[in-house]
Ligand binder design. Structure first.
Ligand code: DX5
Ligand code: ZN
Length: 233
């Protein structure tokens, strides 16, 4: 995984057919997904339940790109090794999930994986100011986490602040929640390079009609390209 600020689209399989994850992952990758985003929810940190490490290990067999695992769980530290062994490339923990985000990021790096830190909409950019050297990705939530298909909450000022704080460090800025062709240009222009999108990628398509996934991703890229020329700097 070489670092680049080119625009990346990371479909969230939370919006895929839950009876058919393997084919869904292969379909979005064949249609141009850069990464695959996996939303892990515990019914405690967020009011919804999704996948544990055995499910993530099963997804791994189908992911040829980058498996981006977003942990919406508390506590997080006891599960890092299990998600690392399940084959995550990036493991992202929430700053709000516990008192020791610095220790959590150290543990993710020690597991050999890229370390991400996520910020809920109510959490300021400043919360990650002292952990940027331990971080490979900052995930800016543009919905309150827990569900797909929610409306975008405008965090463009937070993205601008993070972009300035990050400077030349090789740290991605990822946007998660409510990304559409309408909202994507706002955050890309502010400095985000990874766009998670669930409903906006999967809507209208299926494994028997996967071209729609490609059309949906092209619509997001085209909207961003119109403002940034695809290269996020
Ligand atoms: C929300 C998840 C998101 C979600 C995005 O808690 O972290 O990844 O699946 O879904 P959309 O793109 O539909 O808002
Ligand atoms: Zn997510």
């Amino acid at each position: 995984m070489t670092f680049s600020r080119h625009l990346k689209i990371a479909p969230s399989i939370l919006s895929a057919d839950f009876a058919n994850f393997g084919q869904e992952i292969e379909a979005v990758e064949a249609q141009g997904a850069d990464w695959v985003h996996v939303d892990v929810m515990d019914g405690h940190f967020v009011p919804n339940l999704t996948f544990g490490p055995p499910a993530v290990a099963a997804f791994r067999k189908h992911v040829k790109t980058v498996m981006d695992v977003h942990l919406m769980i508390a506590p997080v530290d006891p599960y890092i090794e299990a998600f690392a062994e399940a084959g995550a490339d990036i493991i992202t923990a929430h700053v709000e999930a516990g008192p020791h985000i610095h220790r959590t990021l150290q543990a993710i790096r020690a597991s050999g994986k890229k370390a991400g830190v996520a910020l809920n909409p109510g959490t300021p950019a400043q919360a990650v100011a002292h952990v940027l050297d331990l971080t490979d990705l900052v995930c800016v939530m543009t919905v309150n986490p827990g569900f797909g298909g929610q409306s975008f909450i405008d965090m463009t000022q937070k993205v601008r602040d993070l972009r300035a704080m990050i400077g030349d460090r090789p740290v991605h800025i990822e946007i998660d929640g409510g990304v559409t062709p309408q909202t994507a240009p706002l955050v890309a222009r502010a400095g985000a390079d990874v766009l998670v999108a669930g409903s906006a990628v999967f809507k209208g398509g299926s494994v028997s009609n996967p071209a729609v996934y490609g059309d949906n991703m092209r619509a997001i890229r085209a909207a961003v390209g119109a403002v940034s020329g695809h290269d996020i700097v």
